[in-house]
Design a protein around this ligand. Structure first.
Ligand code: TXA
Ligand code: MG
Length: 381
């Protein structure tokens, strides 16, 4: 997937080789990697979500282990949010810098007060309107929230997901035993730092492989892109990351549109311009320019992501046609980028979607992915 002459990617070495060839004989580690990658069936760590596997996952989380699980947005890599060592393991698996905060997932908005202080009325109203669902609120942290979760900031990101498996996992995890207390699961997206978020259990396995003890398979993530993030820790609501819940919907609830972040807003890796990058270079072009670019790259292996139009003479596997409906486009986007990336293309040409508010979150992710290909991820901290 990594093309020769492309910029180095910080996690490229750690990523499992997609097409391992010719491991030197006697090199046990390399041979094991080859055997693993070449195995036709997914290894046992991917388990279909069921009452039993969810109970097992909850028990593992309680003892400080790390588990990947589905949410309605993307798959998360979860750990007990009150256990700094477990959260540290999540950072280690992802290759994520330690000063980046992670979102804490809660079973219910009733648990907000365990995690945040000075909760504004705006938070209650947004929670009431959109939870469970794809919205993360940034609030002032409660004193017991570990620095490992907040990246040392005085705020914490909180979300009640709606995916039935995530909800069941949070319910099973939640509880008190003696002086032990479990109330929140810290979970960033279950991908290597700087790469595309996973929207299927298989994506998690491909990215993180054996580093995760258990991956709960709950099918394809319905929303397909990460949650909307609204910072309510200041005087005015600020949109830190656009998502499926749009600005207009938030404004309807708050009576005030969330503002754009200032340059020195709290650190949020998802907001870094080179996040969400596929390995192949991605170019965002209007349809005519896309077709011209394709013609000028005759003979090269180029992938195309187009809006409801097929490109004559381009192999079906190299072109992906996405519905021109934002919710359906978002649902399919990352899976298409992964599939094209896996086909050894030198470039992925993406037809520019409409530049309207209902496409804002998609345009945000595509713009980041396009910049990632050109600039590399060296400075993605
Ligand atoms: O949809 C989602 O939000 C998924 C699923 C798994 O819930 N999670 C996700 O997590 O996308 P992650 O870590 O990949 O992105 C979370 C974003 C990051 O940009 C992080 O910096 C930001 O949330 N964030 C978390 N806590 C924050 C805080 N206290 N202040 C500012 N940003 C925060
Ligand atoms: Mg992420």
């Amino acid at each position: 997937m990594q093309q020769e002459g492309e910029q180095p990617q910080p996690d490229a070495d750690a990523a499992p080789g997609p097409e391992p060839t010719g491991a030197p004989p006697g090199d046990a580690a390399a041979a094991a990697t080859v055997a693993e990658a070449a195995a036709p069936a997914a290894p046992a760590i991917v388990v279909e979500a069921s009452d039993a596997s969810i109970a097992r996952a909850a028990a593992m989380l309680r003892t400080g282990e790390v588990v990947a699980f589905p949410t309605e947005t993307v798959y998360g890599l979860g750990a007990d949010a009150l256990n700094p060592a477990a959260v540290a393991r999540v950072f280690e698996i992802k290759g994520r810098p330690l000063d980046h905060p992670v979102i804490v997932h809660l079973a219910s908005a009733d648990d907000l007060a365990e995690w945040a202080v000075g909760i504004p009325d705006a938070a209650r109203r947004l929670a009431e309107a959109f939870w469970p669902g794809p919205l993360t609120l940034i609030l002032r942290r409660a004193p017991q929230v570990p620095d490992a979760v907040t990246g040392g900031q005085d705020t914490v990101g909180l979300r009640v997901p709606s995916h039935p498996v995530a909800r069941a996992l949070l319910e099973a995890f939640r509880g008190v035993e003696g002086d032990r207390r479990w109330t929140g699961i810290a979970a960033p997206s279950a991908n290597k730092f700087g790469r595309i978020s996973p929207t299927a259990a298989e994506h998690v396995r491909a990215d993180l492989g054996g580093a995760v003890e258990l991956i709960l398979d709950g099918g394809a993530a319905e929303v397909g892109i990460e949650s909307t993030i609204v910072d309510l820790s200041g005087a005015h609501p600020v949109l830190l990351r656009p998502g499926a819940i749009g600005v207009a919907e938030i404004e309807r609830v708050l009576g005030e549109a969330p503002r754009a972040p200032e340059a020195r807003a709290p650190r949020a890796p998802g907001r870094h311009p080179v996040h969400y990058a596929p390995r192949a270079k991605l170019r965002l072009l209007k349809r005519v320019a896309m077709l011209e670019a394709l013609a000028s790259h005759k003979g090269q292996r180029v992938g195309v992501l187009a809006l409801e139009v097929t490109v004559p003479r381009l192999a079906a596997g190299l072109q992906r046609v996405v519905p021109a409906v934002p919710a359906r486009y978002a649902h399919e986007l990352y899976a298409h980028l992964r599939a094209l990336d896996a086909q050894n293309v030198s470039q992925i040409l993406v037809e520019l979607p409409p530049q309207t508010p209902s496409w804002a979150a998609i345009n945000d992710r595509l713009a980041r992915a396009a910049r990632g290909g050109e600039e590399g991820l060296e400075d993605a901290a």
